[in-house]
Design a protein around this ligand. Sequence first.
Ligand code: SF4
Ligand code: SF4
Length: 246
Amino acid sequence: MNFKVKWLRKLIQIIALIILLLPIWFTGLIWYGTYISAEFAGIDLTDPLTTLEITLASRAVWTPLIISALPLTIAAILLGRIFCSYICPLNFLLELIPIKKKKKLQTKLLPAVALAIVLVLSAILAVPVFNIASPVFALMRVLIFGVGIEIILFAMVICAAFIWGQKIWCRTLCPLGAIYGLLGAKRRLAIKVDEKKCIKCGRCEKVCSMGTSPLKNSFADAFTCTNCGDCVDVCPKKALSYSLKR
Ligand code: SF4
Ligand code: SF4
């Protein structure tokens, strides 16, 4: 039986979800917090978008906050958007819904525009806008604290998925994915194509839920790819593999 990257990815997604939920029942664990901000083995972690939003909203640079954003920032610079494909609970749930993949509304750099808007609004309104209105964090709050009004945000993403395709939110709007995409556009870990083996069958492009392909190498495609490995699994000629770039 051939090993599939998808199995490993699903396992990591499930473990990430369990780790998120564990502190509800057990305190004093090595991990405590959420995907926004957490403490792991005494190390403070904050996601880079939250850090930027809070810095802009408060109009103050708080050094401990900046330092806590470094581990996830460095991980994104080296490994790309692995938060999207391996950790994000919204992505995990979207992949469970059997929606036929559609390729409408593909505007690869639109999430970067959404990111810019969110940051400008955070600075003007003096509140971390995406933290409040994010479907990703809304789902996380629902999972931890129970159903509240924010479930509407999650429901909107699910409705959009049924209309325009499974990952329409991730592909065309998510500012969190955008910041990880920008940080990881020149990442070290990426999907490599063996040109000698590739027969240009197009299966890798067809399977990609982000509407990109490992055969494309523009900035927009590098920005969009989440390093999920679905294309690696589907290639009939084993022409694709993870590779550490120098
Ligand atoms: S699936 Fe494999 S063989 Fe087909 S186009 Fe993609 S890399 Fe080439
Ligand atoms: S190109 Fe491959 S690794 Fe990148 S998002 Fe698409 S299927 Fe996943």
